[in-house]
Design a binder for this molecule. Sequence first.
Ligand code: IPE
Ligand code: IPE
Ligand code: MG
Length: 245
Amino acid sequence: MPAKSLPYDPAPERLPRHVAIICDGNGRWAKDRGLPRLSGHWEGYQSVREVVRAASDMGLEALTLYAFSTENWRRPQLETDGLMRLFVEGARRELKELHENNVQMRFSGRLEALPADLRKELNRHCEVTSANTGLILNVCLNYGGRAEIVDAARRLAEKVAAGELTPDQINDTLFEQELYTAGMPDPDLLIRPAGDLRISNYLLWQIAYAEIYFTPVRWPDFRKTHLEEAIAEFQRRERRFGGLK
Ligand code: IPE
Ligand code: IPE
Ligand code: MG
């Protein structure tokens, strides 16, 4: 039987280097089924597993996932506690396989405000996988794009105050080095499942020229084929970066 043709061109130079996803729609997925919101989050974890594996198999350089925002603390404690448990449990379960697949783990956000048991797991992921050379998997936890920019500005101000830097030396490159994503390329493709057409405080600096792809598919239903379709659409776009074709 002939191999099924892919919907996208797998040539490395045609792929986005970095894909970012807003993992949204878990609550609505659960509500539609008469289930508690937390079961939607657990189902979303299965999508994370599938998409990470697909991104790694495709040879993407980096994948950034939005798992919990600085604003998500506004939700009922039952939900935020359940999410923290899910993150701890998921981190414990996945480390071995991620490491075997040569994935390098990173975490972005105000991590110091996360529960201690979760911080411990995240540190372990970073230590164990730091020398891996495959996919960079960056998970955003207690992440806010504004918080990230404020934190970067504060560190630069500290350096100026300490006499290590003068204000006129601050440029895009120096600023980027203070972001959580330092050293990573900017996302080429941003995917938002679940139908809402907004950014919700995600990677505000880094998405300056990202191609944005919205789909009504909710995150717990998001599969490898949906990632492939998003990449196919990305490959049909014409990027100009403010210039001319
Ligand atoms: C995204 O799903 C996961 C988190 C924000 C933690 P939601 O929980 O926002 O799902 P909806 O948007 O309510 O459907
Ligand atoms: C963004 O989704 C955050 C995550 C997916 C983790 P939200 O569900 O929090 O965003 P809004 O509230 O719909 O803008
Ligand atoms: Mg949501």
